[in-house]
Ligand binder design. Structure first.
Ligand code: HDE
Length: 682
């Protein structure tokens, strides 16, 4: 499948990558120079027990390559995972933007998406409390467009010059490199207390949004105001939103921490498995549009990245859908070597003067130079544009292109002044001609000074359970700070967001409760609550506990129902192997009690069997108790009901029992769609 650069469709990137793929299995072993080798287990020695010889080029090549296998990890977002897919436009946005990938209903563009945590290093666990990176590379016919976003719509700081300080404060403390991938330590909260513009983003990171159930159940945001520019040169401000079609769903904190031990790869495994089994993750693209003339109509500054655009005020218009439908072949070559940059734009998309965005426009290329070892990273297969690219840039480490001819400068009569710039009408990128004037100052606009109103709006918009989780998250994080002074400063700061919030945290962490706060907004954005998200049981994973001689006929009926409604299940028992499921069928046991854990499932279905040992019963009771404590749906039929009764769980919200298999399956699936049952006494 050779890539034809003149042809463009959703397969263009895959076809281009094909020429770089290599399948080594079944082939002769050679050196990198192509020399066939006769031996690969013994180095060349002077005598069987003698020293290894310098002339052993095979040993030297193999070892040298190995010695140089690692590249620097990303300074932030080091831990990431990625997948390929396609974006389909639902309609033409030509009235707003020239961008061709948005120009026609039904138009498809190949994409590559990398999800990441922010703070942890490359080997860190995945269900930590953190923002998630959500970066999309659109391989368009006009060049690569990168939408480098997060799963939280605002950011900690307003000006890029503070980014190194923020990251130094979040990362493990330098004197002992503790803690890994966590903000629960002095330096982060010291930064927060001394940089109160972080108040809003910290509300999000203390909320359930920062512990997603899956990379498939979170939204994405471009964060900054960008510009759309149409063919007439008219500009609109735009914010980009990705909306998961499965809704936004989270873990609970105790569960998240346990998963980090039981399966530190939980999120990547979930994404990989979903794609392998055809449950393709989907995210709709939504845009919020503000005409230039309305720039100053809001009670926040559009250029301030610590502010979101409440969708009740500025509606989200859904314009397309991204489907992730192909796993990477090689994580290093694709997920690790991919280089995103908010400055990779196409005609019709431009920047705003958001000072955070302006700084990012410098940082991303700069960081690739060290991470990917020089200026030719655009030639790496995953980064290559699918459209042709030509200029007079030459040489550098790892250069692959063989540029022909003697001319590598403009202007030259030898090449008739080519490669030559093209007019705007022919697709040449022209920056939006915004009029700017002002004095050179190191200052921030007064319109950026309200740090608390939207943090309060976020708090006001949460359900009771979500508010409780925020209080618990603050109490955990601040409770881990050694400095009582820092704890007090943060609590005093959050009295400006909500007095009850600050007082309850204070009470939990042993500092003085503030008596007055400074909150005067009752504004809400109901869309911010996860209670109002899409609820679906599709792709949820149920852990099914069965014992020998279980009622195979009836239970298989339930399992078939789960499958037919798009759920997944895995079978857990004392030993691996197979169990007789009646009617001549056998049920494969996927896990023992120890190779799985209740935290790895969305719901538990307890079936049991007529004759289980005490140990079996204790293990099953542990599964049920953990699931109950994490507010998960629990279903029980047959002997499995015993483990509910024994714990007093029968009849509690989200706990489903039944004798008719059909009725049971329906109610259990409904309980699973609700995700969690907060109104449970735990
Ligand atoms: Fe980044 N950020 N960032 N960032 N960021 C990087 O680039 C930076 C910011 C985001 O999967 C780095 O290639 C500065 C906001 C994602 O490869 C680096 C500032 C948002 C990723 C960098 C920000 C992001 C990065 C590190 C403040 C959400 C992972 C490695 C002005 C809109 C991309 C790299 C991937 C990565 C700089 C703030 C998202 C150092 C200076 C706001 C998703 O260039």
């Amino acid at each position: 499948m050779a890539h034809d650069p003149k042809k463009f469709d959703e397969n263009s990137k895959n076809e281009q990558l094909e020429q770089f793929r290599s399948d080594d299995s079944g082939k002769d072993l050679t050196t990198n120079q192509g020399l066939k080798l006769s031996e690969d287990e013994f180095s060349l020695k002077a005598g069987e027990r003698g020293p290894t010889l310098m002339e052993d080029f095979h040993f030297r090549e193999k070892m040298t390559h190995f010695d140089h296998e690692r590249i620097p990890e990303r300074v932030v977002h080091a831990r990431g995972f990625a997948a390929h897919g396609e974006f389909e436009a639902y309609e033409s946005l030509e009235h707003l933007t020239k961008a061709k990938f948005l120009s026609k209903k039904g138009k498809k563009t190949p994409v590559f998406v990398r999800f990441s945590t922010v703070a942890g290093s490359r080997g860190s666990a995945e269900t930590v409390r953190d923002a998630r990176g959500f970066s999309t590379k659109f391989y368009t016919e006009e060049g690569n467009y990168d939408l480098v976003g997060n799963n939280i719509p605002v950011f900690f700081i307003q000006d890029a010059i503070k980014f190194p300080d923020l990251v130094h404060a979040i990362k493990p403390e330098p004197h002992n490199e503790i803690p890994q991938a966590a903000t629960a330590h002095d330096t982060f909260w010291d930064f927060v207390a001394n940089n109160q513009e972080s108040a809003h983003m910290v509300m999000w990171t203390m909320s359930d949004r920062a512990i997603p159930r899956s990379l498939r159940t979170m939204d994405g945001f471009g964060v900054h105001a960008f510009r759309f520019v149409n063919a007439e040169g008219k500009s609109h401000f735009v914010k980009f939103n990705w909306k998961s079609t499965l809704g936004v769903h989270s873990l609970v904190w105790d569960e998240a921490q346990k998963i980090n031990g039981k399966n530190p790869d939980f999120h990547r495994a979930d994404l990989h498995e979903a794609i392998e089994s055809g449950d393709y993750p989907e995210y709709e693209l939504g845009v919020q549009i503000v005409p230039e003339e309305d720039e100053h109509k809001f009670d926040f500054d559009l250029l301030d990245a610590t502010k979101m655009w409440p969708q009740e005020e500025i509606p989200i218009h859904i314009v397309g859908k991204m489907t992730l439908n192909r796993n990477v072949d090689n994580v290093f070559a694709e997920a690790e070597q991919v280089a995103f940059h908010p400055g990779h734009v196409v005609p019709g998309i431009d920047f705003s003067n958001d000072p955070l965005l302006q700084g990012r426009l410098f940082s991303y290329t700069d960081t690739q130079l060290i991470r990917l070892g020089g200026p030719n990273f655009h030639e790496l297969p995953i980064n290559r544009a699918v459209c042709p690219f030509h200029n007079n840039q030459r040489d550098g480490y790892g250069r692959q292109t063989i540029n022909k001819g003697k001319v590598s400068y403009q202007k030259s009569s030898f090449t008739n002044h080519t490669p030559a710039p093209v007019s705007e009408a022919d697709g040449g990128y022209v920056h939006y001609q915004e009029k700017v004037e002002g004095r050179k100052v190191r200052k921030r606009s007064d319109s950026f000074k309200d740090h608390f109103s939207q943090a309060t709006m976020f708090w006001n918009s949460m359900s009771d359970a979500e508010q409780q989780h925020i209080i618990e998250a603050f109490s955990f994080e601040l409770g881990k700070c050694d400095s009582i002074d820092i704890r007090q400063q943060v609590v005093d700061m959050y009295a400006n967001v909500n007095l009850k919030l600050a007082q309850e945290i204070a009470d939990n962490i042993g500092v003085k409760a503030p008596e007055t706060g400074n909150t005067d907004t009752s504004k809400k954005s109901p869309a911010l609550s996860q209670e109002n998200t899409v609820k679906s049981a599709k792709t949820r994973k149920v852990g099914v506990i069965v014992a020998p001689d279980f009622n195979g006929k009836e239970v298989m009926e339930v399992l078939d129902q789960l499958k037919s409604k798009g759920l997944q299940y895995e079978i857990i028992s004392e030993k691996q192997g197979k169990l007789d499921a009646g009617n001549g069928k056998q049920l494969k046991i996927d896990h023992t009690f120890t190779t799985a854990d209740p935290v790895l499932f969305d719901a538990i279905y307890a079936v049991g069997g007529p004759d289980v040992s005490k140990k079996f019963a204790r293990n099953a009771a542990y599964y049920v108790t953990e699931a109950f404590g994490h507010f998960k749906p629990i279903g029980a039929t047959h002997e499995g009901k015993k483990w509910l009764d024994a714990n007093g769980y029968t009849g509690e919200p989200g706990v489903v029992t039944g004798d008719s298999m059909k009725g049971f399956a329906d109610s259990f699936i409904d309980a699973i769609a609700a995700h969690r049952h907060w109104n449970r006494e735990v």
